[in-house]
Design a protein. Structure first.
Length: 473
């Protein structure tokens, strides 16, 4: 297998970055909310939050989807409360993002207020009955966050999670999904009235099957986004599957308007989920998540949020990157540790893939008869000029690898690698698997030779990344 990296052929720069969903929702009934609830320490547990901050620092999160619900700031029709207890976890999250200059995709997941639900419908899943009072509350919240509290890290706003489906959270009578266009228009007008120029994002649909023509609110939108959980890419070369071709149409449509396209939730459900199922954090799901990232980078996606940074792990599967909750005793842990192998494979991408990284052109000769032979690659140049190559092996067989570097002046790379063996150690030890494996010299003919193990993720980088150990105490 020969991979060629064309360091002198940039494709696009990422206006988003790479990160994870981090919810602030901690109170109230949770039937139907799933893992977008719980798992954070209490807002006044400074030591607990410092643990989470150290994990976020270590992972290098540069693009976060900060999630909240309307009941947190607008519990009654005539009561907006931005300082009471339910709002404090959101401030803890935004404080870290502000200090680290991490771009925030502010996500209103659902309303969950009975006073503005459709009569007789579930408040958690109901769209706002009175759109104007909903929009005025959203606008007042954004004004407070950006102007009063000074959170310049907030870059985009999405007004509801995954609309358009029977299970989602913008429903009318009979649990039927409603068009979000009127809501977007009403919120845009309310923001403009207060002089808040925060761009709206959408449609936030789940799945890469949605067509561009399924959503027509372009004059209201500043960024487009979708979610990805159940896509099948087969063994097609990069860009060769139907989900990728459709995603590329979305990207081209957004970019033609000068707008970015984001994948604001991603994670593989192919290896099980729901309840306490460990599938979302398993080795195979972690490899599948890497495939999603590499394929979607190729399609032009400019920002990624994995589901999710923390959650209780007992509601719709163990999606968490950091273990904060003891499922058997149903209480917060005292020490927050990496949820391996999910944490490891995520970290091997997140620590290198920063906002404003430039995706480079690559080629792979491991394609026979139009089928990709189990190996995927992407290369980037980070904002500091370092070249990074990701190579994913989605097969049990090892392969010899030759890397050809075109237009690259660097003569030394550092190799990082995760294999199934990397995941068998306790979390306190497993994190050392992220350390540099070896220094690799570029030959006189601008090539690097090596071997890629089966079921692995390998990174070749001109940046030597340190492993700070331990990160969770």
């Amino acid at each position: 297998m020969k991979i060629t990296v064309f360091a002198n052929q940039p494709r696009f720069a990422m206006r988003g970055g790479f990160g994870a969903s981090w919810h602030a929702i901690e109170q109230g009934p949770r039937q139907g909310a799933g893992s977008a609830w719980g798992g954070n320490p209490p807002a006044d547990d400074i030591a607990g939050w410092q643990q989470l901050y150290r994990h976020a620092d270590y992972l290098g999160l540069s693009f976060l989807r900060a999630e909240l619900e309307q009941s947190m700031y607008h519990p009654e029709r005539d009561r907006l409360d931005f300082e009471w207890a339910p709002m404090q976890p959101l401030y803890r999250i935004l404080d870290w993002c502000q200090r680290r200059d991490a771009g925030v995709f502010l996500q209103l997941m659902w309303t969950n207020v009975a006073w503005n639900a459709y009569p007789g419908e579930d408040p958690l899943h109901s769209a706002p009955w009175d759109l104007q009072v909903f929009a005025d509350g959203v606008a007042a919240l954004c004004k407070h966050l950006i102007r009063n509290r000074g959170y310049t890290c907030i870059r985009w706003l999405c007004i509801t999670n995954e609309p358009g489906c029977s299970f989602s959270w913008w429903q009318g009578y009979g649990n039927q999904p409603l068009d979000i266009g009127p809501g977007l228009r009403c919120v845009r007008q309310a923001l403009d009235k207060l002089g808040v120029s925060l761009p709206l994002a959408g449609p936030d649909y789940t799945g890469l099957h949605w067509k561009v023509q399924d959503f027509r609110c372009d004059e209201l939108i500043g960024a487009y986004d979708l979610h990805c959980y159940l896509e099948h890419f087969g063994l097609r070369p990069l860009g060769g599957s139907e989900p990728e071709r459709n995603l590329r149409r979305w990207v081209e449509f957004a970019n033609a308007q000068g707008k970015p396209f984001f994948l604001t939730e991603f994670g593989s459900m192919h290896y099980g989920w729901y309840g306490q199922h460990p599938g979302p954090g398993s080795l195979m799901a972690s490899l599948a998540n890497c495939e999603i990232v590499l394929r979607c980078l190729h399609a032009g996606v400019e920002g990624f949020n994995r589901w999710s940074f923390v959650n209780r792990g007992d509601l719709d599967g163990q999606w968490q990157l950091v273990d904060t909750w003891n499922v058997s005793t149903d209480r917060l842990l005292s020490v927050f540790t990496p949820h391996c192998p999910a944490y490891l494979f995520f970290a091997l991408i997140s620590r290198f893939l920063k906002r404003q990284s430039t995706v480079l052109t690559t080629a792979n000769d491991a394609i026979i008869g139009g089928w990709q032979q189990y190996f995927l690659q992407q290369a980037i140049r980070d904002p500091d000029g370092h070249i990074i190559l990701f190579v994913l092996a989605y097969t049990e067989e090892a392969a010899k690898l030759s890397i050809r570097l075109e237009g690259c002046e660097h003569r030394q790379f550092y190799k990082y690698q995760l294999t199934p063996e990397s995941c068998k150690r306790p979390p306190a030890e497993a994190i050392t698997e992220l350390a540099c494996r070896e220094s690799v010299a570029v030959s006189s003919i601008d090539e690097i030779e090596g071997t890629i193990p089966g079921l692995s993720l390998t990174v070749y980088s001109t940046l030597r990344m340190e492993v700070l150990q331990p990160v969770y105490y």
